[in-house]
Design a protein around this ligand. Sequence first.
Ligand SMILES: [Zn+2]
Length: 238
Amino acid sequence: MPDPLQLLLDVQDRDLSADQLRHRRASLPERLARAEQEGLIVRVDTELAELQARLADLQRSQKRIEDDVATVQAKSEAENKKLYSGTVTSPRELQAMQEEIDALTRRQHDLEDEVIVLMETAEPLTEEIDRLEAQRGAAETDAARLAALIVEAEGVIDGELAAVLADRDGIAAGVPDDLLATYEKLRVHLDGIGVARLDGVQCTGCHLSLPATEVAAVRKATPGAVVYHEECGRILVP
Ligand SMILES: [Zn+2]
């Protein structure tokens, strides 16, 4: 029958492999890269929302002025029609109408100038919105590519992890329950290492050297007896 302590060392070995796989799974570089792309998308969205709101304001102003232009133009055309209809014959009245038409034309030009200013203000905003939308699209593509890589890497790691854990459970079945429970409790508090080998005079768990008397005590212990390294608290196997 295999020595339970030797089996426990094998369980420890598989547990460390499983820990490494879990660590690798959690710290895949693609995860960080994807988080960066997602952060970028959030920042770009904030900027886009602000620019789009400013652009919408400008477009509303432009629409209002263009409506005014249409009104002024209609009025001017009506006056013109009346002027040339022959219904008005008084020179003073005709003169007044011509002045009114001239005033409307000036007003129309002023409004059209305002529209041009608004369009010129909107142009760089539109360009910046286009640039940000392209940047957002590229970030989304990249994030999707990274997500696929993460799923793929996770699949590979999960496969390896399942194999290691199955192996571990098979070995652990040969370890008495109370010894296994003690080991697992130690593992939680001691950086994942609950049992260590005595290598010469050194504990492979904490890498401290043991005094000669302690080494002798470990080596002399009854076979199968559970001995602990006093310094680090781990189960020590001679
Ligand atoms: Zn130790």
